[in-house]
Design a protein around this ligand. Sequence first.
Ligand SMILES: [Zn+2]
Length: 111
Amino acid sequence: MSHVRNTGAMQASLRCGARTRAGGSCRAPALRGKMRCRMHGGAWGSGAPDGNSNALKHGYFTSEAIEERKFVRTILAEAESLLCQLPAQESANPRKSGTQLTPERNSPSRT
Ligand SMILES: [Zn+2]
C-alpha cells in the first residue's frame, strides 16, 4: 500500500533562520506569530513582555506619551497655519513683530 505524504504546507511554513554553530541557518519551522523556532527564542513565555515594561524608567517613550506629543505637535501646527492665514494687522504696530496672538488684537472695543 503506497502512501503519498502531503507535506507541502509544512515545507512552505516560515523558517527560523537563526545562525547555527555550524555556520548555516536553522531550518526548523518558526512558531506561530514569532520569527524564531522553539529552540531559538520563539518558545512560549520567552522574550520581552508586551509594552517593554521591563525597561520602563520615566515613561517618556511609552505609546501614550508618544501619542500625546504627536497630538500636541499637530495642534501647534494647526494653530500656526491658522495664525498665518489671519490678515496682517501687526505691521501697522511697530512695537510688535511676528504673529503673536495678543488680547489687544482681538478686542474691537479699543478701536
Ligand atoms: Zn531555530
